[in-house]
Design a protein around this ligand. Structure first.
Ligand code: SAM
Length: 322
């Protein structure tokens, strides 16, 4: 019996398994990471295609079944029992996986932040999640997840998979996506980038000009600004300003929760403080937007380059998102 809570849907169409393996472009020298091998239908083909398979599986019953099924392969198949999200990833050349959909987001970011030592990951996702990953600026499903993913990787849609290829069939259709880490990714502070995008995407259909005039956005940015000024000030007195700036660097990674606080509607936590006077800080923020021509732009239509440029303009003015 299968555990629904572990997302156990077994791919039963062998042609589809072949097609995934073929599109993954596996080399005979590859060490392959498989996540959630289940009963091992994909594992079998991966063992035929590559040099070694390292499979991470949560369910101990499945692990036993795999070990029984692949007894003769113990030198080429290593099964690790555990939660992939809590497991330190081994070295691998390529990741191929049919994952339980509820770990889609954290697993994707785990892979994206794993570095560039692997060639690519070929992963089956729920269709809508897959379409978000590959969406381009201006397309319907373009969101924070798209911008974030595409900053660290090239993504492409490989294959559509109907739900009836699984047993038991899940509620939704699936898609296989290829994720190839960018070797020369832009050097951004992950925490800052994440905070910046969260603000830009707070309202899907509002201009940056109106988002950045919201009181709580300004308060947050001003607080960061003052903290930074204080840190810089005190270090300045000690004569080591450079280190202060560096210390504000990398924090731990915020994992993407898709869309959790994006709102589509026009509810009005707007805008002016009512007294008609514009604070100095607000003016500073608006000037940055004006300088780059971003006041009238909408996040859901902006390219990654535009986001990077705007963040650099903010940073140049001492405005930070972490
Ligand atoms: N690849 C298999 C197939 O299609 O025949 C099974 C895929 S099934 C959608 C997902 C598998 O991932 C299940 O075997 C489940 O036990 C396992 N799993 C669920 N959560 C996991 C986690 N956090 N870490 C590792 N494996 C997990």
């Amino acid at each position: 019996s299968f555990h629904k809570s572990k997302g156990q849907h077994i791919l039963k169409n062998p042609l589809l398994v072949d097609s995934i393996v073929q599109k993954a472009g596996i080399k005979s020298t590859d060490v392959i990471l498989e996540i959630g091998p289940g009963t091992g239908n994909l594992t079998k083909k991966l063992l035929e295609a590559g040099k070694q398979v390292i499979a991470i599986e949560l369910d101990s019953r499945m692990v036993l079944e795999l070990q029984r099924r692949f007894q003769g392969f113990s030198n080429r198949l290593k099964v690790i029992q555990g939660d992939v999200l809590k497991t330190e990833l081994p070295h691998f050349d390529i990741c191929v996986a049919i994952i339980p959909y509820k770990i889609s987001s954290p697993l994707t970011f785990k892979l994206l932040f794993h570095g560039t030592s692997f060639r690519c990951a070929v992963i089956m996702y729920q269709r809508e999640f897959a379409m978000r990953l590959v969406a381009r600026p201006g397309e319907n499903l373009y969101c924070r997840l798209s911008v974030n993913t595409q900053l660290y990787a090239r993504v492409s849609h490989l294959l559509q998979v109907g739900k009836n290829n699984f047993c038991p069939p899940p509620k939704v259709d699936s898609s296989v996506v290829r994720i190839e880490p960018r070797k020369l990714g832009p050097q951004v502070n992950k925490k800052e980038w994440d905070g910046f995008l969260r603000v830009c995407f707070i309202r899907l259909n509002k201009t940056l000009g109106s988002i950045f005039k919201q009181k709580y956005v300004l308060l947050m940015l001003e607080k960061n600004f003052k903290t930074l000024q204080n840190v810089l000030g005190s270090f300045h007195n000690n004569g080591s300003i450079g280190e202060a700036a560096m210390d504000l660097g990398d924090h731990s990674i915020g994992i993407e929760d898709e869309h959790e606080n994006e709102m589509d509607d026009d509810d009005d936590m707007d805008m002016d403080d009512g007294e008609g006077k514009t604070s100095e800080f607000k003016e500073k923020v608006i000037n940055v937007l004006k300088e780059g021509g971003f006041e009238e732009k909408i996040a859901s239509k902006m390219s990654q380059q535009e986001f990077l440029y705007l963040l650099s303009l903010f940073n140049k003015s001492g405005i930070h998102f972490t």
